[in-house]
Write a protein that binds this ligand. Structure first.
Ligand code: PLP
Length: 350
């Protein structure tokens, strides 16, 4: 089976938030396949590279002295951010306040960490600050904002979310897992310099074009990360703050390679191309009478009444639906204009 199996080709993938790794990231992943940054005393080179990855992520997100690490993905980074908030707070009954469009990884985090997740309705696909404010209280340990939502690619009012967190002495966490490598080239307020943000998720293995697994967790201050530390008696290092023990050095090395190759000019060019593709697709769909949401970042959702996923799937397309049933196309780096042209031609065929 294995010898005959072909890994996924991306020619018709419009639903994924991962993409083809940059060639340098692919090469670095292969070179560092057998390293384990979870044991930095033994695997020193990959530990150094992880510090470099965090430096890059700090530069991208406006954080001059960044603390953080390369996680297995956005799920782990979000969970760890909530864990930091819970551990630092002085309450037996912690809650987290997030907009309804927060990624389902927060549901997992709340379940695993024994924290109540309170979700507020959105207005026009963004956090409704009145609704968020009604949910916070003295047991709120974290208020979450999303910078590039999974379903619509919208950006929450992050400064207002940070202000709300401050009113109850909670941490402010920003989930820029997907949007973080597009946002530096927009005029949104989303990063550490724009607001009093404590922690952030930004994933190299999404728009960053690193190989999977390479998520990113950043903290404004090292003392926040220390909330995660557990002692590690049998390793050469004394403590560990990641959720997983043994980790992929391939993810870490590929993240450095991708950022070294692409930050900032390559990512900027990618943003311009992907945004132009998303605008083009939105125009094409509107011209055919569909209601289109966005694009605010390179992600287009549209109300298509056809039973589209099954038939499009038969033609090889991979598209997904939002919770409300709209078709959703994520304009990742592998999604080209010619791909979108043949997609639209196939839509016309139905
Ligand atoms: N946060 C956001 C905004 C996402 O879009 C995703 C995944 O698409 C995640 C978190 C979870 O990331 P991962 O699948 O890498 O765990």
């Amino acid at each position: 089976m294995l010898q005959r199996a072909e890994p996924q080709d991306f020619e018709r993938v419009l639903s994924s938030m991962c993409t083809v790794p940059h060639p340098s990231a692919r090469e670095a992943a292969e070179r560092f396949l057998a390293t384990n940054p979870g044991d930095p005393g033994t695997y020193e080179t990959i530990a150094d590279l992880e510090r470099e990855a965090v430096e890059y992520l700090g530069e991208i997100t406006g954080l001059s002295d960044p603390a953080g690490y390369v996680a297995s993905g956005g799920t782990e980074a979000n969970l760890q951010a909530i864990r930091i908030a819970r551990n630092r707070a002085d309450t037996d009954d912690p809650n987290v306040v997030a907009p309804v469009h927060a990624h389902f990884s927060f549901t997992k985090a709340a379940d695993v960490l024994g924290v109540e997740l309170r979700t507020a309705p959105a207005t026009d696909y963004r956090s409704n600050m009145t609704a968020m404010a009604e949910l916070v209280d003295e047991d709120t340990v974290c208020v979450v904002g999303v910078a590039g939502s999974t379903e619509y690619g919208y950006v929450d009012p992050i400064p207002a979310i940070a202000d709300l967190a401050e009113t109850v002495d909670a941490l402010c966490h920003v989930d820029a897992a997907w949007g973080g490598f597009y946002l530096p080239f927009t005029d949104h307020d989303w990063h550490f310099d724009h607001a009093d943000i404590d922690t952030m998720t930004i994933d190299p293995h999404k728009v960053g074009q690193a190989a999977v697994p390479a998520g990113g967790l950043l903290a404004r201050d090292r003392s926040l990360l220390d909330e995660l530390a557990v002692e590690t008696p049998y390793l050469e290092s004394t403590d560990q703050l990641t959720l997983t023990g043994t980790r992929s050095g391939a993810g870490v090395a590929s993240a450095v390679a991708a950022m070294e190759s692409l930050w900032p000019a390559g990512y900027e060019q990618q943003y311009e191309t992907s945004m132009a593709n998303a605008d083009w697709l939105a125009d094409q769909l509107s011209a055919r009478g569909h209601d289109v949401v966005g694009p605010e970042l390179p992600l287009v959702a549209a109300d298509l009444s056809m039973p589209m996923t099954d038939e499009l799937r038969e033609r090889g397309w991979r598209v997904s639906k939002t919770g409300a049933g709209e078709m959703r196309v994520v304009c990742m780096p592998h999604v080209t204009r010619s791909m979108l042209r043949s997609f639209v031609a196939d839509l016309d065929w139905y």
